[in-house]
Write a protein that binds this ligand. Structure first.
Ligand code: ZN
Length: 500
């Protein structure tokens, strides 16, 4: 299939500041790159919003028939405290504070990030590359930039020559900045004895002897500049030019601007066709940030254990709340809005449960087909209109009275035929579940918890059978569990289980 099944998709391209029809380079394949987290601290809710935006994009592209290769990196080196070329490496600093190896910090916060993503039902990407796993590619890119004349070496570091690049190319095009304005506004003095201009940025930094994270390179021991990894890894997995690059609004400058410059300098082509940026989350009108004391973590949110929270809120409530606003608008977090979202989600999920429990009737209402056709048409149209999730959710709500009516008065011809039921279920589960990623979280968690007690009992019986070398009995227990959709995993620490 070369075209999506649901009509043309329009996305706001931050590069052109226009809503444009999305046409992939190599349909049905789509290459999507999203800047992942720097794994030096816990994820806060503002970060969750950005990853959720691109989760819905990934889900929608897949839903309408594209074959998406979704790359979301893990920044595990090179992101300095000052965000540009100044300060300590964020991970190395954390390692020093927590007295751990930098890679222990990376593992700890990568695990935490994955846990949070699972909690909010954000799907894993197809590839999750790390910066430290791609040093050869990054060094190669620095070499290509040097060869093309847009980089220079100074005292073991390599800098990108922004002024020279700007003579021929549109530096600042994505973020709408002008070189001369940037010049007057830059107060960056770090590395000025080496840099030719304050706008230049490091693509390779020389490591001081005490520096924890460093690698050999043609320019001596050092580490890559933060912007470089995304360019090197997107090129490696998606090609020189690929379809969509996403990230939070705050990454537009300098990070994404530098990514464009690096790719053009190294390989002569613009790397990205559609740039997309998610807007930020505010709390009671103020930007969410750790320094403001309002950057609460998912744990604080769930427990309600934060001075700004009147109660705890479930991860699905947060997901629903975030999707009720368009990704490009700012979203303000407040207790009132969260409580409204909680009620709305409950109503939607209850309708899904009702729909699943309905049984077909002989005297069904033929109008249910045309009603559904209209719902499908408008939900698709809204999602195709730059991922308008709030309007798509509103469409789901439009059909709820029909579902509830059928459940309440089945005898008066308001019921569904078997065929209608399966179409309605497919639509509701498709949009609410597959595309918006909403799920009955409490019930699933409760079921798994109840099940766990039972499975642990079988694990114990199997261990006893093994201990008395009755392997036939231990295998029989394992096979019986498999038949119930439960797979046991033996590790050094003991036996765990998961759903097949
Ligand atoms: Zn990036």
């Amino acid at each position: 299939m070369s075209v999506p099944t649901h009509g043309p998709l329009f996305l706001t391209n931050t590069l052109t500041r226009k809503k444009e029809e999305f046409v992939p380079l190599r349909p049905p394949h789509v290459g999507l790159y999203v800047c992942g987290p720097t794994v030096y601290s816990d994820v806060h809710l503002g970060n969750v919003r950005s990853f959720l935006t691109f989760d819905v994009l990934y889900r929608w592209l897949t839903h309408i028939g594209y074959n998406v290769r979704y790359v979301r990196n893990i920044t595990d080196v090179g992101h300095l405290v000052g965000d540009v070329d100044e300060g300590e490496d964020k991970i190395a600093k954390r390692a020093r504070l927590e007295q751990l190896e930098p890679m222990e910090i990376v593992q700890k916060y990568t695990n935490g990030f994955h846990d949070v993503m699972r909690l909010f039902n954000v799907l894993p990407p197809s590839i999750e590359p790390t910066a430290t796993g791609h040093l050869i590619e990054q060094i190669g890119m620095v070499e290509r930039i040097l060869k093309s004349g847009y980089g220079y070496e100074a005292n073991g570091s390599v800098y990108f020559d922004v002024s020279k690049y700007a003579e021929k190319h549109a530096y600042g095009e994505l973020s709408g900045r002008k070189i001369d304005e940037l010049m007057t506004n830059t107060r960056d003095t770090e590395g000025m004895d080496e840099k030719r201009s304050p706008l230049d940025f490091a693509i390779w930094k020389k490591a001081e002897p005490q520096h924890l994270m460093k690698w050999p390179s043609p320019w001596g021991e050092g580490f890559p500049g933060w912007h470089l990894e995304c360019s090197a890894m997107s090129t490696k997995y998606l090609g020189l030019t690929f379809d969509i690059h996403g990230g939070g609004m705050d990454l537009k400058f300098p990070h994404h601007e530098c990514e464009i410059a690096q790719s053009v300098a190294a390989d002569g082509v613009a790397p990205v066709r559609y740039w997309m940026h998610g807007n930020m989350l505010t709390v009671n009108g103020r930007k969410m940030a750790k320094s403001e004391g309002n950057g609460f973590t998912p744990e604080e949110l769930l427990s309600g254990n934060h001075k700004l929270l009147e109660q705890g809120y479930s991860a699905m409530t947060v997901r629903f709340f975030m999707l009720q606003s368009h990704y490009a608008s700012t979203l303000d977090f407040s207790n009132a809005a969260m409580q409204a979202a909680e009620k709305g989600l409950e109503r939607l999920m209850a309708a899904l449960t009702t729909l699943d429990a309905l049984t077909p009737v002989a005297t069904f209402d033929p109008a249910h087909d045309t009603t559904l056709d209209a719902l499908i048409k408008s939900a698709n149209a809204y999602m195709n209109d730059d991922l308008n999730t709030p309007r798509a959710i509103a469409v789901l709500f439009e059909g709820i009275p029909v579902i509830n009516n059928a459940a309440a008065k089945r005898e008066d011809r308001s019921g569904f035929s078997a065929e209608q039921l399966s179409r309605w279920r497919e639509f509701y589960h498709g949009i609410a579940g597959d595309v918006l990623g909403l799920q009955h979280e409490q019930r699933v968690v409760a079921n798994d918890r109840a099940l766990d007690g039972l499975v642990q009992e079988f694990i114990r019986m199997r261990a006893e059978a093994k201990a008395r070398k009755d392997f036939a009995a231990s295998d029989a227990i394992r096979d019986k569990l498999v038949a119930f959709g439960i797979v046991l995993k033996d590790t050094k620490e003991g036996t765990t289980w998961e759903r097949a």
